[in-house]
Design a protein around this ligand. Structure first.
Ligand code: FES
Length: 382
């Protein structure tokens, strides 16, 4: 994935705009979304900020792969009206995406807000990191990856979206984890806080860009004063919290939960690079102790760009939330109850026969490979 960081402050962005500009916010929905700079949610935030400051936003265009010239051209043709009216386009896309938009809309003010710093991926803590920096950054290849806020600090860029400039600085509070004191942001997500402190908490249904759902129960922790265990992903940090995040007992429980998750899916055909497979290896599980009699379901190959294999779906719901929260569509949903629960597209149609825009938000979110790009799926079959 291409890694980009914000290069303009909100004030600098506004200096590029006039109050009578008719603004379109163009946002890519792929790599840039993982750098927390793109996607529907960020476009909405920027729209609200600009409107509040008296600017006129006439539209938002969310596109997957803005770095494809043909795709930008096609979008221009399909939405000729708003683009004819627009006088300024703010591009929430990587620098290649920006070049494509600028080429197609060469008669408009096209504003770039990022610098693309290299190529990266997700660390084992589920954080986006930069591993192969571009030469201009002066950074060396780093197999473990550079944390983005450090890269931003070094290069004088911004690690967050525009709204971060408006937020008051969060208060730091003390928490005790496994007997040691730490300072973390008050109100932050406990799982995020623990992962950033270096605790290796397994998690499958949580993804930082999505709302937490507490479905897989892998991130359970003990909190002093609370009955039972709580999912860290659905808990907010409070001052004075005392937490047991790692230990023999929790490890045992997490392994047990993982075995139950494995019993629900055809784990033998999981891709080696999937998050679930990584955890199975990490917890040294060869064969789960539980077996569920599950019917083999047909694979849905109706989409032009991705494949849905319900047999390795673990019902974590990440695809459903990604579809709604990242791409602004609501194509996917849970259907049926109990052991018959399934993820379905619209009213249980093949996904290719729905209004799915193929933005791939669901595919990127899937921790098992139940949703996989068609190209990769076909390669695995060969
Ligand atoms: S990651 Fe917390 S319950 Fe799944």
């Amino acid at each position: 994935m291409i890694i980009s960081l914000r290069s303009l402050s909100y004030e600098e962005l506004k200096q590029n705009l006039d109050k009578d500009d008719k603004i379109v916010i163009w946002s890519c929905n792929l790599c840039i979304k993982y750098c927390s700079l793109g996607g529907i949610e960020k476009a909405n935030i920027l729209e609200d900020m600009l409107i509040e400051d008296g600017y006129g936003v006439i539209g938002k265009e969310i596109v997957s792969e803005s770095c494809l010239l043909n795709l930008v051209r096609r979008h221009k043709m399909n939405k000729e009206d708003i683009f004819r009216k627009a006088t300024a386009i703010i591009v929430l896309a990587c620098e290649s995406g920006y070049e494509c938009v600028k080429t197609v809309f060469n008669d408009k003010k096209v504003i770039k807000i990022v610098r693309t710093v290299g190529v990266g991926g997700l660390s084992s803590f589920g954080r986006v990191v930069l591993t192969v920096p571009f030469e201009w950054t002066g950074l060396d290849f780093n197999v473990n990856g550079y944390q983005l806020y450090r890269v931003a600090e070094k290069l004088g860029l911004y690690p967050d979206f525009f709204d971060a400039e408006k937020k008051p600085k969060s208060k730091m509070v003390n928490i005790m984890v496994n007997g040691r004191q730490y300072k973390v942001k008050e109100g932050s997500n406990l799982l995020d806080a623990l992962l950033s402190l270096g605790f290796k908490i397994p998690h499958l249904c949580y993804q930082p860009e999505l709302s937490p759902a507490g479905k897989c129960r892998l991130c359970l922790v003990k909190i002093k004063g609370e009955k039972g265990l709580l999912p860290a992903c659905c808990t907010q940090v409070e001052d004075g919290m005392e937490i047991i995040a790692e230990g023999k007992e929790l490890n045992h429980l997490r392994k047990l939960i993982l075995e139950m998750i494995m019993a629900e899916c055809d784990y033998k055909i999981l891709s080696r690079r999937s998050e679930l497979q990584y955890l199975i290896r990490k917890y040294h599980i060869n064969e789960p102790r539980f077996k569920l009699l599950k019917k083999t379901e047909p694979i849905d190959e109706s989409s032009e760009v991705f494949v849905r294999n319900p047999n390795i779906c673990i019902l974590c719901g990440r695809c459903i939330r990604a579809c709604a929260e990242l791409s602004g569509q609501r194509i996917l949903a849970f259907a049926y109850r109990g052991s018959k629960t399934r993820v379905v597209a619209e009213l249980n149609k093949p996904i290719g026969h729905t209004d799915c825009a193929a933005c791939m938000a669901c595919v990127d979110s899937c921790p098992t490979g139940a949703l996989a790009p068609k190209l990769i799926y076909q390669k695995t079959l060969c």
